[in-house]
Design a protein around this ligand. Structure first.
Ligand SMILES: [Zn+2]
Ligand SMILES: [Zn+2]
Length: 388
């Protein structure tokens, strides 16, 4: 398996560097998808592009010896506006495609189906969500991902999250001549921010509420008739998050009432907290060690949110983080962009490909291990749902 990854090294690194040097925003990752699907298709994967009505989503399938366990390998390839590949999704796409091809070459007689999922727009609208709604993950036995990081570890937890737009509509007027005829939509936004600051004191410490004003009016001498704020609201679990969300909405509703403006609350995105399968996490870490990664950290206790969390409600899933920047370096930064094509970045891609391919192989080769993973997943999910 490792020899296959090493043989593929040049093309894996070329994919990594090409995607890095051609950053594309969510739902516009056409060059990345062309390269990834062409590579997979050259290696006998059957490619379907445009799944779930998303032009840059795809599923590439390799069926071996009549089928067998269905292993999903998920990759992202979108970049960040103004920054490029500050989340390292170039590493992810290249290592997952490398892992999938190496795996397909080393199955021997073992029946298996390898499915590479191209999931666009992770940073914005989340391609995985419509792909989930289209039922594309339903038949999987397991879903694996990788992500670059400041340490090699697995995601133990992630936060449930809602991304919301608050749209306030008021009435425009001359701000000096006839302010009494205007209704300031911006006032509604400012009062919402203030109310959320007061709310912050009275929620659990795992709650994160952070917002920006995306439209605060056009000129200081016009009473703003339209203002928009975007907020992320997160918590460790969905039931508690839903109670916090209602209080956040009430903060905005109160602001609309007191300013006389009209409020619309738009849901942009919703992510669930991850259902954790420890056996799968440990299997990924064991394979990372075998692939030669020296320093391995315990699962991360503090994370953001991911649309992969929604996938882990459907099938057992785990994500391997592979170090390629110094410990403590924040993602969404120029340091991450620069490291994406460094030697450390290249090495991370290769060891991640080996780790993911090795993990998938273990699950295919050992049906009782796969069964144990599935049982732990069902128990973890049931325990979670009981608490709803
Ligand atoms: Zn990111
Ligand atoms: Zn990311």
């Amino acid at each position: 398996m490792y020899a296959s990854v090493d043989n593929l090294r040049d093309s894996i690194i070329d994919i990594n560097d090409f995607i890095h040097d051609h950053p594309e925003l969510g739902n516009n990752e056409f060059q990345a998808v062309e390269l990834l699907t062409r590579t997979l298709s050259d290696h006998h994967f059957h490619v379907e592009q445009g799944v779930a009505d998303l032009p840059t989503a795809f599923i590439a399938t390799y069926t071996h010896n009549g089928g067998g366990p269905r292993i999903g390998l998920l990759c992202e390839y979108d970049a960040l506006p103004g920054l490029g590949h500050g989340c390292g999704h170039n590493l992810q796409a290249s290592s997952i495609v490398g892992a999938a091809i190496a795996l397909s070459q080393n199955l021997g007689d073992l029946p298996a189906t390898i499915l590479v999922y191209g999931t666009p727009a992770e940073e914005t609208t989340s391609g995985k969500l419509p792909m989930i709604r289209a039922g594309l993950f339903d038949d999987l036995d397991v879903a694996l991902m990788m992500h670059g990081g400041d340490r090699t570890t697995v995601d133990g937890k992630s936060l449930a999250m809602n991304l919301i737009d608050f749209v306030f509509e008021g009435k425009a007027a001359h701000a000096a001549v006839a302010p009494e005829k205007g209704i300031s939509a911006l006032d509604g936004i400012l009062m919402t921010f203030n109310a959320i600051e007061y709310l912050r004191e009275h929620v659990r410490p795992d709650v994160k509420m952070h917002g920006v004003i995306t439209n605060g009016g056009v000129a200081a001498n016009i009473v703003p008739d339209l203002a928009v704020a975007q907020f992320y609201v997160r918590a460790a679990d969905r039931p508690y998050l839903d109670t916090v969300l209602e209080r956040v909405y009430n903060a905005a509703r109160g602001a609309a009432l007191s300013t006389g403006s009209k409020l619309t609350i738009n849901q942009v995105k919703k992510c669930e907290n991850k259902v954790n399968v420890d056996k799968l996490n440990q299997l990924l870490l064991k394979n990372a060690e075998e692939a030669g990664i020296k320093e391995i950290s315990p699962p991360r206790s503090s994370t953001g949110s991911t649309d992969f969390g929604n996938v882990t409600y459907l099938v057992p899933g785990a994500c391997l983080r592979v170090a390629f920047v110094p410990f403590g370096t924040s993602s969404h930064s120029t340091e991450w962009v620069e490291a994406g094509i460094s030697e450390a970045g290249h090495n991370a891609v290769i060891s991640a490909a080996k780790s993911i391919a090795g993990t998938a192989y273990d699950l295919i080769e050992n049906p009782s291990l796969l069964q144990e993973v599935k049982e732990e997943f069902h128990n973890a999910k049931e325990a979670f749902l009981k608490n709803l």
